[in-house]
Write a protein that binds this ligand. Structure first.
Ligand SMILES: [Zn+2]
Length: 158
């Protein structure tokens, strides 16, 4: 039986061979262990889908490679919803300071971008543009001029 290292190596070799014969690949993650994987990008009118086994964790999954994205399916599992992603990213208490900075910067930029879009940019998206704009304004303003709190260290109990 191949070791994990051998499996990963033969996977990398396979991808490299396909690439050298002209196939395009796009990145995605193993849904079980988040290992970096790559899927063949389908040619015009083609569809790349397959049952696959992760070379690292040997977990199985089904994937569909579409132009620009890879959809991954595991029976009995579903992707996190927005609320779960938020608490995963922000609610752990042990968040890396760079991750905090990244999230704040990304939000700031996004809110600025929304403000600079022409009227009607959310047309046909199914999203209520007025609500979206007012949320972006509120969140953006919040970051631009932050609300004040008591100037006291959090564990500065008296
Ligand atoms: Zn895996």
């Amino acid at each position: 039986m191949a070791t994990r290292k051998e499996r990963v190596q033969s996977y990398r070799d396979y991808v490299a061979r396909c690439k050298s014969s002209g196939d395009q690949f796009q990145p995605f993650f193993c849904p079980h262990c988040r290992f970096d994987l790559e899927a063949k990008v389908p040619g015009e009118g083609d569809k790349c889908d397959s049952l696959a086994t992760c070379p690292t964790c040997e977990g199985e999954f089904f994937y569909v490679s579409l132009p620009g994205q890879v959809q991954v399916h595991v029976p009995g599992r579903r992707p996190m919803n927005n609320q779960e992603v938020m608490s995963f990213l922000l609610g752990e208490g042990s968040i890396h300071p760079l991750q905090e900075a990244m999230v704040i910067m990304a939000l700031e930029q996004y809110c600025e971008k929304v403000a600079s879009q022409p009227e009607g940019f959310m047309q046909n998206s199914g999203v209520d543009e007025a609500t979206w704009r007012s949320l972006a304004k509120r969140v953006g303003g919040f970051l631009q001029q932050r609300p004040m709190v008591d100037d006291k260290e959090p564990d500065d109990e008296e």
